[in-house]
Design a protein around this ligand. Structure first.
Ligand code: GTP
Ligand code: MG
Length: 437
């Protein structure tokens, strides 16, 4: 047994070395909105107007990072691990406001769950440093913050802090700063979670920083020519965990080589790779079953699960995330195997070890390769009697359908049964939603 696992492992390593294999269904990502552009300190200068009014434009806002749920993508491999929005443009003279930074729109596969996480330790340090500075020296802190907040008119960087107008404006900006800090604290406490389950809906996951104010903003009755403006704010920085949890109507689970991909080919329009060796399927694959009345069902085929998958043997059991949210489970079992009942037990066990209660979903058992008659004749009665016992013990109805996926025998029965089951689950769900409302 051990040696066979080792052989499987070696052949898998060989497959994974293939550089063309591009499928990612789980990743960490850092997103940062662009910084805002700085406000401008300028005065109108025209012919016969030697001392015109303040005319510095505001800075543009930084670019947002936007996630859009896309039905045309099935993998996260094309998503960059670090996304930074464009910086806003600085304001200019003649009241010209800076343009906004470029938004970054990322297509994320439908069914992805986006969870905000704590920043990694290396990024957390900067926050701790800020607190340390708090304790060290208040004066240097004020100086630092002034540098980060203000834009001065040329040669006014030393004069400004002595003027009462500037100090007044600084107090006003300080209040805004405190409010922002409060908001930031709230944001870090309330972590964002999104389920991208509706196509084409957009979410802003990191806002760009707002642009700085030009000097007309600080003009008052008494101060007609403010010589200062504010800088743009920093964009929001967040860290996310992305996990694709495919939303299909039915999910196929089975041991390697049981004929899952062949079965999917028989019932749907999909053409996954089929071959007589284990772990042919390396990535989840979704097929659509078309009915005569244009009703459609989505069925997900995943790599084979073997005994010990929860210990990362074979391809592990992380692929079960793709069937976790399907409405109906379809166990595909090789009827020509040595002990199909044992196979089903292994599958149920691994599913439970992945997530408790997963096997309680409405399920259908497809016993495949019924065309290999000698074995099928022996095994089918055993399967039928054992599942009957199981149904009585657990109070769970289990339908068993013998098929031959390769020769497309009994396929119509399976597809119509599948449809009935999915429609039943959908009806129950609708009722539940109605009750909640
Ligand atoms: N005789 C017979 N052979 C079948 C039948 N269904 C599948 N096979 C064969 O079984 C082998 C494995 O089929 P696949 O569909 O690749 O099996 P799978 O479960 O997708 O395997 P993995 O992707 O490796 O987990 C292939 O050689 C198929 O031709 C069937 O109904 N009858
Ligand atoms: Mg397969």
């Amino acid at each position: 047994m051990k040696s066979s696992i080792r052989v499987v492992d070696r052949s898998l390593q060989y497959k994974f070395r293939d550089k063309t294999r591009q499928f990612v269904d789980y990743m960490y990502i850092s997103v940062k909105g662009g910084n805002g552009g700085d406000g401008c300190v300028a005065f109108l200068r025209e012919k016969f107007k030697s001392r015109g009014p303040p005319s510095g434009g505001n800075g543009g806002r930084g670019g947002h990072i936007i996630f859009i749920a896309s039905a045309n993508h099935s993998s996260l491999h094309s998503v960059k691990r670090q996304l930074v929005g464009g910086r806003g443009e600085n304001g200019k003279g003649y009241m010209k406001n800076g343009s906004a930074g470029k938004d970054i729109i990322v297509s994320i596969p439908l069914g992805t769950v986006v969870k905000e996480i704590e920043p990694p330790p290396s990024k957390r340090k900067t926050i701790i440093n800020e607190n340390e500075i708090n304790e060290i020296n208040e004066e240097t802190l004020i100086e630092k913050r002034r540098k980060a907040t203000w834009v001065h008119y040329p040669r006014y960087d030393e004069k400004n802090p002595r003027s009462t107008f500037f100090l007044e404006a600084e107090r006003m900006v300080e209040e805004e700063y405190q409010l922002r800090q409060l908001q930031k604290k709230k944001d870090t406490e309330n972590k964002l979670t999104l389920d991208l389950s509706v196509p084409n809906i957009q979410y802003i996951v990191a806002h760009g920083g707002s642009g700085g104010k030009g000097n007309p903003y600080f003009q008052t009755n008494t101060n007609r020519s403010p010589k200062f403006a504010t800088r743009g704010l920093e964009g929001q920085h967040r860290f996310f965990e992305l996990e694709i949890k495919t939303i299909a109507d039915a999910g196929l689970v089975g041991l390697p080589n049981a004929g899952k991909s062949t079965f999917l080919t028989a019932i749907s329009n999909a053409h996954p790779k089929i071959a007589p060796y284990p772990f042919t399927t390396l990535n989840p694959f979704i097929g659509t079953v078309d009915y005569a009345d244009r009703y459609q069902l989505k069925v997900a085929d995943i790599p084979g699960i073997i005994h010990g998958a929860h210990k990362n043997i074979g391809l592990g059991h992380s692929f079960l995330r793709h069937i976790e949210r399907s409405r109906v489970l379809v166990y595909v079992i090789d009827l020509s195997g040595i002990d199909p009942w044992e196979d089903w037990k292994v599958l149920r066990n691994e599913l439970e070890l992945y997530k408790k209660g997963l096997t309680e979903k409405p399920s259908l058992v497809v016993v495949n390769k019924a065309d290999i008659t000698e074995r099928a004749k022996q095994n089918l009665p055993i399967m039928l009697s054992k599942t009957k016992e199981f149904a009585i013990e657990n109070g769970q109805v289990v339908e068993i359908v013998p098929v031959s996926a390769k020769y497309r025998k009994n396929i119509v029965k399976v597809t119509s049964l599948l449809r009935q089951m999915v429609e039943k689950v959908n009806k129950v769900n609708e009722k539940d939603i109605g009750n909640i409302e």
